[in-house]
Design a protein around this ligand. Structure first.
Ligand code: PLP
Length: 392
């Protein structure tokens, strides 16, 4: 089957580096299956391999120390754990100070459902949830955040880059504003990794979420960055692995594959920022010449360069995403209508709704997400295929 894959924000194929790092663990006679918590040699070897993977991720993301990196099952778990674990730890601190009100949590409306759908859980735990505003390009400014913070805010969660429209938020400034108000700051950096430089130390965030399968690593492996000293009540408890932050026998093979992927992603950010960004602009230019096709969001005047280099998001007038995706598939192109999990075409994306995009335009959303392997011919082919489809 031959196809052109233009849905790299949904997931990515394994890179050679990740396959090579995981290969030793798939040998039936190998010595790499040990439990990283066992005391004998193969257990200690597994532990050493796990810690080596942790060090690689620490360097790739510019964290301060390896014990700030917690391996998880993906960004969904990292997001859930961050929201619940940080909030509960803050509630406990407040309780010790005699404050009975658990506190308030601020999130943006553009977040992935892995953040937004934690809301009922937080409310059941007694927290209040506030939404920070954004402009029509999806940008959340420090002033927007200041407007919603109050002395009871214990945690702010705003994504580093959006998976649907590709806006990159000014996370370092937002973290400063949250800190000034005495709140912790978490960011979902799943889509930003490998596409924009990530300097966790420099950004000053307390927690961040990542996923290996978005950067050519294995599925089911993620990272939760927890800055040293950040109050956190573990979400998964049991054997106390991951220094007590995330119990469960560690997936050493997955961690090794993820580490190779994070290293490769960090090495290739420059290529994304130059060659892939040019291809993105080329794709916008060609797509927007087709009748009825327009860029979903114009670049923000306040934030003109603040978009991921690999996301192309357009609206196709008179069409719904689902039928476009199926027709593009028949033509040999894998594209999407936004988030891979929102398959009901009658529901426009919550991200576009939060940006005030009108329902009809939002329903015609088509997203192409590029990779290091994407070529100009791939873009030309996709534009021609779309042109043929919408001319019928
Ligand atoms: N956060 C963002 C911004 C995402 O794009 C995704 C994946 O779609 C997730 C979280 C969830 O990641 P995972 O599939 O690793 O659970």
């Amino acid at each position: 089957m031959s196809y052109v894959y233009l849905d790299n924000a949904a997931t990515t194929p394994l890179c050679a580096e990740a396959i090579a790092a995981m290969a030793p663990y798939m040998d039936v006679e190998g010595e790499h299956f040990g439990n990283a918590n066992s005391l004998y040699t193969i257990g200690r070897n597994a532990f050493a391999e796990l810690e080596s993977a942790r060090e690689t991720v620490t360097r790739a993301l510019h964290a301060s120390r390896p014990d700030e990196i917690v391996f998880t099952s993906g960004a969904t778990e990292s997001d859930n754990a961050a929201l619940v674990g940080l909030s509960l730890a803050q509630m406990e601190k407040r309780r010790l100070k005699g404050k009975l009100n658990p506190g308030r949590i601020v999130v943006s409306r553009l977040e992935h459902h892995a953040v937004l759908h934690v809301e009922p859980m937080l409310k059941a735990l007694g927290f209040a949830v506030d939404f920070v505003g954004n402009d029509e390009t999806g940008l959340v400014t420090p002033a927007d955040l200041e407007a919603v913070l109050c002395e009871d805010t214990v945690l702010v969660s705003i994504m580093m880059a959006n998976n649907e429209v590709g806006i990159v938020e000014p996370v370092a400034e937002l973290a400063q504003v949250a800190h000034k108000a005495g709140a912790l700051f978490h960011t979902d950096a799943t889509q930003a990794a490998g596409k924009v430089p990530i300097d966790l130390k420099g950004m000053g965030v307390d927690a961040a979420s990542f996923s290996a399968h978005k950067i050519n690593g294995p599925k089911g492996v993620g990272v939760l960055y927890l800055k040293a000293g950040t109050p956190f009540m573990p979400y998964l408890v049991g054997g106390g692995q991951e220094r007590g932050m995330r119990s469960g026998t560690q997936n050493v093979m997955g961690a090794a594959g993820a580490a190779a992927a994070f290293k490769r992603a960090a090495e290739n950010v420059g290529v994304y920022q130059t060659r892939v960004a040019q291809l993105r602009d080329y794709a916008y230019e060609r797509l927007c010449k087709l009748p009825g096709v327009s860029r979903m969001v114009e670049a923000s005047a306040e934030n003109p360069d603040g978009y991921l280099p690999n996301i192309v998001c357009v609206s196709v007038r008179g069409w719904e995403s689902e039928s476009l995706i199926l027709r593009m598939d028949l033509a040999g192109y894998c594209v999407s209508g936004g988030s891979a999990c929102s398959s009901n075409s009658l529901d426009p994306s919550h991200v576009l709704a939060a940006m005030g995009v009108d329902r009809k335009r939002a329903l015609g959303m088509l997203r192409l997400s590029l990779s290091l392997e994407t070529t100009q011919e791939d873009i030309d082919g996709a534009v021609e295929a779309l042109g043929t489809i919408i001319s019928k």
